[in-house]
Design a protein around this ligand. Structure first.
Ligand code: PCA
Length: 202
């Protein structure tokens, strides 16, 4: 059996009843290009979310890692270019923590670049009919922290694999009471994530 691919999404946060990232991850099939997809739902909690994904990477030695988060207000699927070694929270995480500039990893590099094939992934998403573009900032909240921890763990384990993060927009149901916000169906976001995985494993 080929090595697994780790795909993570998040539990709800910020007063929402669902998280678009988990809704999209949930719809992915159980395998891609012969690799079992190992799906993990992460808490929106600084530290704990990074610890969970780091343990999974160390244990499973995956062929690729794609972490996914919700970015309310974004209009399309956005693979992220970079994770930075800082945590700044506009709202408390689901455990009440609200860091204001602490490093993700004490003494870690200032930033890590995604090792996903970003431009090819966007081309594949376009071909699949999914609106997408590369994003140059994952913010400084829990998602950036998870992306940083993923890339730090992959590097520390000496794995040379595609790894990174993508944000997805709200789902339509989340925008019923904020109709000025963009949304994308979970099916389309999920198809986008699948295209990213296919491109990464090519
Ligand atoms: N989005 C948040 C954290 C969890 C999520 O889905 C973020 O962009 O940091």
């Amino acid at each position: 059996m080929a090595r697994p691919v780790i795909v993570t999404g998040f539990e709800p946060f910020g007063g929402e009843k669902s998280n678009a990232s988990w809704e999209a991850v949930r719809l992915l099939p159980d395998e891609v290009e012969g690799h079992p997809i190992h799906k993990i739902k992460l808490p929106v909690v600084f530290g704990a979310s990074g610890d969970i994904v780091e343990s999974a990477i160390r244990e499973l030695e995956p062929a690729a890692v794609l972490s996914v988060g919700e970015a309310g207000g974004r209009t399309c699927v956005t693979p992220e270019r970079v994770a930075v070694n800082r945590m700044v929270a506009r709202i408390p995480d689901n455990d009440g923590a609200q860091p204001q500039g602490d490093p993700v990893v004490e003494g870690g590099p200032d930033a890590y670049l995604s090792t996903l094939p970003l431009d090819d992934a966007v081309s594949a998403m376009s071909a699949a009919g999914v609106p997408s573009k590369v994003s140059d900032t994952a913010g400084l909240y829990v998602c950036n922290q998870v992306m940083y921890r993923v890339l730090h763990a992959v590097r520390s384990c000496g794995l040379k694999i595609p790894a990174g993060f993508a944000h997805v927009p709200y789902t339509p149901i989340q925008t019923v009471r904020k109709p000025e916000r963009a949304s994308l169906s979970s099916e389309l976001s999920s198809a986008g994530l699948y295209s990213i995985l296919i491109t990464s494993l090519a």
